[in-house]
Design a protein around this ligand. Structure first.
Ligand SMILES: NC(=O)NC1=NC(=O)NC1=O
Length: 244
């Protein structure tokens, strides 16, 4: 099986972190390709960053289709472009937020999310609502760290994330923590040991869910709204999307 793990931002160090975490849990026989767009934001921390990153996600899915891919992971906690990506392939496309919510709901009745900057909390809130997990999440918290601090100041970032996770454990009456950033993919063991709660991380959850979906012979339904887009002309910079 070939899984294409897409880091929607353009920071190679984070793509490497994500790819390493994915390979650590992949089953024998699962080949992981970790990739990122050629253009776009170095980190995704706002609605604007996310909107721009979607074009890169689409490019990476189209590249995956040309190369042959059994499943795609969108490795940013906003799951940017997930429905557009699903329209472009018969393979499953799994976002790390959706994967983490499902996984956490299987092991706890209530979880809290610890993400990066406070301004990204609304993005997680919107996803909880759209995926139907609002009831399962007690609180969305932020460690108040820029995304790239996870690569550039990892020790301080880890310290702040653990502090916020400990506050969640004390105050939120939860059974699990969900890590709210693809860049946290390598931190699960350290956080779990420090906090003493099950820690669910979206990249690794998505890899195992992708293996399960493909293993069952399932993929993105092409009936209804996730059918391939109707062929039509695109003009200007998107002309290459004409009659896909
Ligand atoms: N909430 C987040 O930190 N989202 C993210 N921004 C990125 O660049 N990658 C993420 O996972």
């Amino acid at each position: 099986m070939h899984i294409r793990v897409i880091n929607p931002n353009t920071t190679q160090a984070m793509t490497d972190t994500i790819g390493e975490a994915a390979r650590a849990v992949a089953s024998p026989g699962t080949h992981i390709t970790a990739c990122q767009p050629k253009s776009g934001p170095v980190s995704i921390e706002s609605h604007f960053d996310e909107a721009v990153s979607v074009m890169g996600v689409i490019e990476e899915v189209l590249a995956g289709e040309r190369e042959g891919t059994d499943a795609y992971i969108i490795a940013c906690f906003g799951d940017p472009g997930i429905y557009a990506a699903r329209e472009l392939t018969r393979a499953p496309v799994i976002g790390i937020a959706e994967a983490a919510f499902h996984m956490a709901s299987l092991i706890s009745t209530r979880f809290s999310i610890v993400t990066t900057l406070p301004r990204t909390m609304i993005i997680a809130e919107h996803l909880l609502e759209s995926y139907g997990f609002s009831h399962n999440c007690r609180r969305i918290r932020a460690a108040d760290i820029p995304v790239l601090d996870l690569e550039e100041h990892p020790d301080r970032a880890l310290e702040l994330i653990i502090e916020e996770c400990l506050r969640a454990k004390r105050e939120d009456n939860i059974g699990a923590i969900v890590l709210g950033c693809g860049g946290m993919a390598d931190l699960t063991p350290k956080i779990s040991e420090a906090v003493g709660l099950p820690v669910v991380e979206g990249v690794t959850a998505a890899i195992k869910l992708a293996e399960a979906v493909v293993g069952l012979g399932l993929g993105t339904s092409k009936f209804g709204d996730l059918a391939f887009p109707r062929p039509k002309p695109f003009v200007g910079r998107f002309e290459s999307y004409s009659n896909l």
